[in-house]
Design a protein around this ligand. Structure first.
Ligand SMILES: [Zn+2]
Ligand SMILES: [Zn+2]
Length: 304
């Protein structure tokens, strides 16, 4: 069903889609620097980017979706709230979608596979768009009763889920308030709102969506997986370890995605810190034998 390699033109197309808007943003930075952007904006943006990204990677993804560790009640609720502040939808729907993604990865039923339309250049461009953000406009909704009954049964999580609109307001307003207070100016509030609220949310959206699109198209596939998931190193830092996506699909409940030497995984490091602090337990760290068994073996030649 998923045969065939991408051509050079297909790869180029994906890269253009992924990189050009980002370059436009980078080009805007020197233009705005000094009057519409300063270190205060950068600091606040980095703080909220890191916080909400970890809310999604450590909280929504590794903890709520895959149960890679057990967390104390307070941390459980905090992770649900902080992940919601990434504005990627309420926690229960997010988890249901992502569990469906793993259940049907790159096959019919996967909410965001880039491979649903074929492998021609046009089909792949359509697939990239669909996997990146087009799927968000689908009317079909994942059945949470089927895919996230554990979260539906948790009253506290239900409450956080309902508070999503409030958390959205907080994530947009808090950076502006901080910027205003630090610079003691309305202008400071406005620039912080632009960079640390709007740009920060958009940037994290694209990084998360890139795991769904790019990391199912381009990269290394050292592990056996039933899908097209790939490890894409350029996004390792920005995605806080989530772009080691082939490793993740090979062993979804593992708390560390960057399992090989030199593969930086900030989310795994944070889980490690939580474990040392005694906030989480039963962490599923990678096991050597398990990893070795999932590594692709060289295909034996016909004569041997
Ligand atoms: Zn995936
Ligand atoms: Zn996953």
């Amino acid at each position: 069903m998923l045969k065939g390699e991408k051509t050079r033109s297909q790869l180029a197309l994906v890269k253009v889609f992924a990189i050009v808007p980002l370059l436009a943003l980078v080009a805007a930075v020197p233009v705005a620097w000094g009057w519409g952007l300063g270190w205060v904006d950068v600091g606040i943006a980095l703080f909220f980017y890191t916080l909400t990204c970890l809310g999604v990677t450590v909280g929504f993804h590794r903890y709520f979706t895959h149960g890679a560790f057990k967390a104390r009640r307070g941390l459980r609720i905090t992770l649900a709230a902080v992940g919601s502040m990434a504005m990627q939808g309420p926690v229960i729907g997010w988890v249901a979608d992502h569990r469906r993604h793993h259940a049907y990865a790159d096959k019919e039923g996967d909410p965001h596979s880039p491979w649903l339309f074929g492998t021609s250049a046009a089909a792949l461009a359509k697939g990239f768009w669909h996997a990146h953000m087009g799927w968000l406009f689908d009317r079909a909704q994942t059945n949470a009763r089927r895919f996230a009954p554990d979260l539906l049964a948790d009253k506290d999580i239900q409450r956080v889920n309902r508070l999503f609109p409030v958390l959205t307001v907080i994530t947009l307003v808090a950076p502006a308030v901080l910027g205003g207070l630090i610079t003691l100016s309305w202008w400071g509030a406005l620039t912080a709102f632009f960079w640390a609220s709007l740009v920060r949310v958009a940037l994290l959206h694209h990084v998360t969506w890139s795991v769904n699109s790019i990391c199912h198209m381009i990269g290394d596939r050292p592990f056996e997986a039933r899908d097209k998931s790939a490890n894409f190193w350029p996004l390792a830092i920005a995605s806080m370890g989530e772009s080691w996506h082939n490793s993740h699909h090979a062993d979804p409940t593992c708390a560390r995605h960057g399992v090989r030497r030199g593969q930086i995984d900030i989310s795994a490091r944070i889980i490690w810190v939580f474990e040392k602090l005694g906030w989480v337990h039963n962490v599923r760290w990678p096991k050597q034998e398990r990893l070795a068994s999932k590594l692709k073996r060289p295909v034996p030649s016909a004569t041997s």
